[in-house]
Write a protein that binds this ligand. Structure first.
Ligand code: GLA
Ligand code: ZN
Length: 690
């Protein structure tokens, strides 16, 4: 017993002592009290209460504080903090504290350090210096997870477990000998025989044939291009190795702290592609697991809001369409971009609610109090260096109030008639060596098409090709370079039952082993789309070619020949002049049921052209906007509860107030809209529809 709380109360039946905050959207962030003297803790809790904080994530980087030396635990300080939080009714998402190994472990086991591509060891002195394949690391991490679970499983502050932190951030890919061994085991499981491995990797090429299981290696630095099959498998292996680390800790929590939800924070951002989150999510199941993610606005992107909205929809897809948790984002500037600008006034609230609009049922930040020392001392926080007397803290308090009023949306689901397919295997393969064009970046078209839909007030789900596609009116297949037979068949099946489909260039080209699908491009989708190309003609950096009409394209062209489809737009210049750039194929109904219209896009259109194309697709597929007649520059989504209640989220990205035609109570202002909801410049409305 912890002394300072005499009656823990709670739900005896399940063994769970505290519920996740109900009736609100939980609001809070990472709390790192070990960075501050004890006196500050009470001030922290009081300020959290003023800000409306209802949860914190505690102990993420606390390993060296809870286990200061091998097998010796110091829970005193954590008991005290947990007690303060329990007394203040602030729920704790408690870390297993295993994200960053302590110095004593690094010293005792230097072999757990990751080794980079060039054989360079990554030393302690930063964070997460551990090898994904290290069984030594697993042993120490699970021992700590067990100690944490035994200590806190029935603590009245505990509401959720948080395993590690952003798996794969900083320590993958690792190329050490332990990973090499792990990779060989993984390959044996996957391929069974060396013949199958040699076949999958195309090892006949450049004399790479493997004659013994001791021979395959991680794709370390090679004289020239490494083997693409080996590279792709290594990415799969590293993701799986980290998944095993996660599952090992999870198993410990299930045993010693049953009934408490578990999460680990993903990182669904454009620039992070180390883990196959769809594969991970397949191991995360209700009612135990919660899908959570972190998202940071990348100021240097041409359109950071496009990436932000896309990633929210991707996270929802990973969560199977259900609600997810926004574990971290920033109130204002980060510290890891070349230039770190603050968010505009109102930007904290707008960014947070953008995620809620896309299905987040929690608003979390890194971190509660801005650090005064360490590598992240210039990262914004809920409580800035300036203290409570600051405009940012005032905005944080306002957000806390809003989160307190948004509880009714919890559990509701975002409505969408459009699916954009996203696949990590395809992303990894398009990052592989020696492809037709380095200009082709896997996320580009996916995010651009998503943006064009958003601009028409059409929400989209970003989903795995293996997801259930049958309910969508329109399926977008952007740059799905690698596609398995099963996924290609699933897309075809959805089209056969009436969904329209848009496939973009460099899709369907290889199978899951990265082997070319022979007979002409776009391989797996040739027959579906009624087109066939025999040569790619990628465009040079900066090269723009005219298309018929006043249209243009960049990045890609190819010698598309029509094999059933009709040309809607044609290249009028460049290496594929005279060939179709955008095609339409409508197959006559067979046996009464009409299959969907199939579109192929063989270039990256300019923004206006893409807007037109997306308009054409939506009209053809009968895809409707969230609200008709809504103004430009406002993002709209609708969340709907199982009982039919619905909420329209309107995010105003312009610097003028906008009026949105929706009737109901705006939960942000508490006022009835009377049919026309005014959304302030850079502001947000959340309208419970009448
Ligand atoms: C990540 C980490 C946090 C912090 C933030 C800074 O998301 O999980 O610990 O480093 O980045 O943006
Ligand atoms: Zn390793």
């Amino acid at each position: 017993m912890f002394g300072f709380v005499d009656n823990w109360g709670g739900d005896v039946e399940t063994g769970r002592m505290r519920d996740w905050p109900r009736g609100v959207i939980p609001f809070g962030g990472d709390y790192n009290p070990e960075q501050w003297p004890r006196e500050v803790w009470r001030e922290d809790i009081a300020a959290m209460q003023r800000a409306g904080v209802t949860f914190v994530s505690l102990g993420i980087f606390s390993w060296s504080w809870v286990e200061p030396s091998d097998g010796t635990y110091d829970f005193g300080w954590l008991d005290e903090v947990m007690g303060l939080l329990a007394a203040a009714d602030i729920a704790v998402d408690l870390a297993t504290a295993t994200a960053s190994p302590p110095m004593w472990l690094a010293q005792a086991h230097p072999e757990i350090a990751p080794i980079d591509h060039d054989g360079q060891r990554l030393w302690p002195g930063s964070r997460q210096a551990w090898c994904p394949s290290s069984a030594t690391f697993t042993a120490y991490a699970t021992r700590l997870a067990e100690a944490m679970a035994r200590r806190y499983h029935d603590h009245p502050a505990l509401a959720m477990w948080h395993i590690s932190n952003e798996y794969g951030c900083h320590n993958t890919p690792c190329f050490c000998d332990t990973c090499a061994d792990g990779f060989r085991d993984w390959l044996r499981q996957r391929y069974d025989s060396l013949d199958a491995l040699n076949e999958a990797w195309g090892a006949a090429f450049w004399s790479q044939r493997y004659a013994d299981w001791s021979q395959p290696l991680p794709p370390r630095r090679t004289p020239t291009f490494p083997n693409p099959g080996q590279t792709l498998d290594y990415r799969r292996y590293q993701s799986d190795a980290l998944l095993q680390q996660f599952l090992a800790e999870r198993a410990v929590l299930l045993e010693h702290s049953p009934g408490v939800p578990i999460t680990t924070n993903f990182m669904t951002m454009r620039h992070f592609s180390h883990l196959d989150y769809h594969r991970w999510a397949a191991h995360l199941t209700e009612p135990v697991d919660r899908i959570s993610t972190d998202h940071y606005v990348v100021d240097l992107l041409a359109d950071p809001w496009a990436e932000q909205a896309f990633c929210g929809d991707l996270t929802r897809g990973i969560a199977g369409g259900g609600p997810w948790l926004l574990m971290e984002h920033s109130t204002s500037a980060v510290n890891w971009q070349p230039v770190n600008r603050p968010k505009p006034v109102g930007g904290t609230i707008r960014d947070s609610l953008t995620h809620v609009a896309r299905g987040a049922d929690m608003i979390g930040f890194f971190q509660w109090r801005a650090s005064r020392a360490g590598a992240e001392k210039f990262h914004s926080a809920l409580l800035p260096h300036a203290g409570e007397d600051s405009a940012r803290f005032a905005e944080v308090c306002r957000l806390g109030e809003i989160a307190g009023r948004l509880g009714e949306v919890s559990g509701s689901r975002v409505e969408s008639q459009v699916a954009i397919l996203w696949d990590y295997d395809a992303q990894w393969a398009t990052q592989g060596p020696a492809l037709p064009s380095a200009q082709v970046q896997y996320p580009d078209l996916a995010i651009e098409i998503h943006r064009a839909l958003r601009e028409r007030h059409v929400p989209a789900d970003v989903v795995y090709p293996g997801a259930d596609l049958t309910a969508y009116r329109l399926i977008i297949v952007p740059t799905l370079y690698l596609v398995s037979d099963a996924h290609a068949a699933a897309i075809e099946a959805a089209v056969a039952t009436g969904a329209d489909v848009l496939v973009t260039y460099f899709s369907g080209i290889v199978d899951e082993r990265d082997h070319i699908r022979l007979g002409g491009y776009p391989g797996a989708f040739r027959e579906l789309l009624g087109v066939r190309s025999t040569e790619f003609a990628p465009l040079r950096p900066g090269e723009v070619v005219a298309l018929s009409g006043a249209h243009s394209g960049s990045v890609w062209s190819e010698d598309v020949a029509l094999a059933g489809a009709e040309a809607v737009l044609t290249f009028t210049e460049g290496p594929a002049a005279g060939h179709a750039a955008f095609t339409r194929y409508a197959v006559a109904p067979q046996g009464g049921s009409a299959s969907g219209v199939r579109w192929y896009l063989a270039t990256r259109p300019d923004r206006d052209t893409l807007a037109e194309i997306v308009g054409t697709l939506c009209a053809s597929a009968g895809v409707e906007p969230v609200l008709p007649g809504a103004p430009d520059g406002v993002d709209l989504t609708r969340r709907r509860a199982a009982d039919g209640r619905s909420w329209v989220f309107a995010i105003n990205h312009t610097d003028l107030a906008r009026t949105v035609p929706v009737t109901g109570v705006d939960l942000v202002t508490g006022r009835h809209t009377g049919g026309q909801c005014e959304v302030p410049a850079g502001g947000v409305a959340v309208v419970r529809e009448d």
